[in-house]
Design a protein. Structure first.
Length: 248
């Protein structure tokens, strides 16, 4: 959890500035943490992050590996808006047990527990991979990349996108995928009979189906092409099944 950077955005235009850029409704900050993403104009993911209410300011919690690029892009969009973007010395603690004072619920899923921002870093030892696999929750740099479309990545179920908030960068493509097309690919939880490296190709009848990502026990998060996925897949010789496919 040291691999997170906490930025602080403040100034009179901060919330309006974010509202015109990110996938979720910034007004939800009045209820707690907001999970959101920044997209390209073509609707592909740049990075996901959390927006955290902090008095008159907004904290932005992002994976360290993507923080410099995000800060640079936000600064580019800022223009003359009254918004200051600065690094902080805050750290993230998280857990699934009893929440400490001032902790806020992770908005993606109740199983992800709480997040707390302060001087301490760490977690309560929860098996985060097991939780993510059980609920098909992607992570930036593993399941999520610059090739991702957020609806294929499950952002609607994870409370990461709002379809009533109005315009934001990439909104047209995202709305069209929601209302005018049926998703043909996406992240799904699969059963797997062995262990394979992250990114291993999945095939069925000799044809490519997708890739395996995070594994936990006999389950994994996989990116699947739905018209080829089912109960007769393999990855590097290991059998996979997608039980949920029969219900689509």
């Amino acid at each position: 959890m040291a691999d997170r950077r906490i930025l602080r955005l403040h100034g009179t235009d901060t919330r309006d500035f974010l509202q015109g850029l990110v996938t979720n409704d910034v007004k939800k900050l009045d209820q707690g943490i907001v999970y959101a993403a920044l997209l390209t104009p073509q609707g592909k993911l740049i990075v996901d992050f959390f927006l955290v209410p902090a008095g008159d300011a907004v904290l932005l919690d992002v994976a360290e590996a993507f923080a410099d690029a995000l800060q640079k892009r936000l600064t580019m969009y800022k223009l003359r808006a009254d918004v200051t973007i600065e690094q902080t010395d805050l750290h993230l603690r998280r857990g699934t047990g009893p929440a400490p004072d001032n902790a806020l619920a992770d908005p993606r899923h109740p199983a992800l527990g709480w997040r707390l921002y302060g001087a301490e870093v760490g977690d309560d030892g929860s098996d985060w991979d097991a939780i993510r696999v059980a609920h098909c929750i992607p992570e930036m740099g593993i399941e999520l990349s610059g090739d991702s479309y957020i609806l294929e990545a499950g952002f609607e179920a994870l409370n990461g996108v709002d379809f009533r908030k109005g315009c934001y960068v990439g909104q047209e493509v995202t709305a069209r995928m929601k209302h005018k097309t049926e998703l043909r690919k996406g992240l799904q939880r699969v059963e797997i009979d062995g262990e394979v490296p992250v990114g291993t190709e999945i095939t069925a009848a000799g044809k490519p189906v997708g890739q395996v990502f995070t594994q936990s026990g006999n389950a994994a998060i996989a990116y699947l092409r739905y018209d080829r996925a089912g109960d007769a897949m393999e990855a590097a010789g290991v059998a996979l099944r997608w039980p949920g496919g029969e219900n689509r």
